[in-house]
Design a protein around this ligand. Structure first.
Ligand code: SF4
Ligand code: SF4
Length: 66
């Protein structure tokens, strides 16, 4: 994905369901949920946005770095 765009995770909203991890198409997965915490590897993320769409509480989003 574009270097200035990163995926961010909102800890306060996340329910720890793991849907984002299961929906991520990269291998290895760019987002992994462990113990209710998200680990995101933005170098692996292809920017598809599936996890953002699938997250039931909208805890994930892209931000563009200034
Ligand atoms: S945007 Fe796509 S590639 Fe990136 S973490 Fe989400 S599902 Fe995985
Ligand atoms: S899909 Fe959303 S609520 Fe579920 S683990 Fe991922 S970020 Fe958290």
């Amino acid at each position: 994905m574009a270097e200035d765009t990163i995926l961010i995770w909102n800890e306060d909203l996340c329910a720890g369901c793991g849907i984002c991890e299961r929906s991520c198409p990269t291998d290895p997965r760019a987002i992994v949920i462990t113990g209710g915490r998200a680990a995101i590897d933005n170098d692996l993320c292809d920017g598809c946005g599936i996890c953002i769409k699938e997250c039931p509480v909208k805890a994930l989003s892209f931000i563009v770095l200034a």
